[in-house]
Write a protein that binds this ligand. Structure first.
Ligand code: ZN
Length: 304
């Protein structure tokens, strides 16, 4: 049955997650590798991940049903070309073609947020008519929108780029050229800027400092959570999706993040009958820490 396995590879800034999933969507093989830096090393990491999955599954690369990649940066999902993946040292790489040549078969490539959105949708196990926005909280902030099991990319691939909606006219300058973008106040980089620490997990450090009563931490955390809630509100009020699922690196904060965001949404619902009528606070969920959403989604992207 190995020919039915679909492979998904999530190439991240430091680690690469790889899965093989069965036709019914179960993860049957899973592995993690450190990601190399620069085009050659990134390609080598991906090839190694696929090869190791084939070994573990006792099959050959050619026998996999499909292979899909999720990667940060600007991705042309038609050609598999990746550009501006700064954290990976990729300026411009024809990833899909290069990998296809090395692996001897077709490889589909998509943006990591879109891949994770598909993975999160898969995890929900909802009916085909379900609609979902995946809110990725990592170094930056972006959303992937899945309508009826299919990604909604928009006319030019801009759908879900809510991180660049300005929310504070006096806020910090954003690299995008605007000021006070949502991403500048509700992301890992926003926390790092406002709560400098040597801790390898700054968001976790912030949350625990706030929990132990450090007033500056309470303030920074409060602002962060409120702006994440604002992102949820934007998604519900623009696309009216059934669910908003929080994922990305910061979702490893776990249920405490979900509870805090829900509390902000509920406080807004108490003062706004309009917001209350939308059921805003009931629509949110979070990706479980151990679920490799982007890798699973990449496997689904790989289906032609
Ligand atoms: Zn911006």
């Amino acid at each position: 049955m190995s020919e039915l396995l679909r492979v998904g590879i999530d190439i991240g800034g430091t680690k690469t997650d790889a899965v093989a999933i069965s036709r019914d969507g179960r993860v049957v093989q899973q592995l993690r590798l450190p990601t190399g830096f620069g085009p050659g090393a990134v390609l080598e990491t991906a090839v190694s991940a696929v090869t190791q999955l084939a070994d573990r599954a006792g099959t050959s690369i050619g026998a996999f049903g499909s292979i899909g990649i999720g990667i940060p940066g600007a991705v042309d999902n038609g050609t598999g070309r990746v550009s501006h993946a700064v954290n990976l040292g990729l300026n411009d790489l024809d990833l899909g073609a290069e990998l296809s040549a090395r692996l001897g078969r077709a490889v589909r490539v998509d943006n990591d947020v879109n891949a994770a959105a598909l993975g999160a949708f898969h995890l929900l196990e909802k009916s085909a008519s379900h609609s979902m926005a995946y809110l990725n909280l990592g170094t930056g902030l972006a959303a992937g929108i899945v309508l009826g099991g299919t990604l909604w990319r928009g006319s030019r691939g801009t759908a879900g780029e809510i991180g660049h909606i300005p929310v504070d006219p006096n806020g910090p300058q954003c690299p995008c050229g605007q000021r006070g973008c949502l991403e500048m106040v509700a992301s890992g980089s926003a926390i790092a800027r406002q709560w400098p620490t040597d801790d390898p997990k700054p968001a976790r450090a912030l949350f625990s400092a706030a929990a132990s009563g450090v007033s500056s931490a309470i303030e920074v955390k409060g602002r962060f959570v409120e702006n994440v809630a604002a992102a949820v509100r934007i998604l519900v009020l623009t696309v009216d999706v059934d669910s908003v699922v929080i994922g990305g690196g910061l979702s490893s904060l776990g249920p405490v993040l979900l509870d805090d965001v829900r509390a902000v949404l509920e406080s807004w619902e108490r003062v706004s009958a309009f917001l209350a009528s939308t059921g805003l606070s009931e629509r949110i969920a979070i990706v479980p820490v151990e679920f490799p959403a982007a890798a699973v989604g990449a496997a689904l992207v790989g289906v032609a």
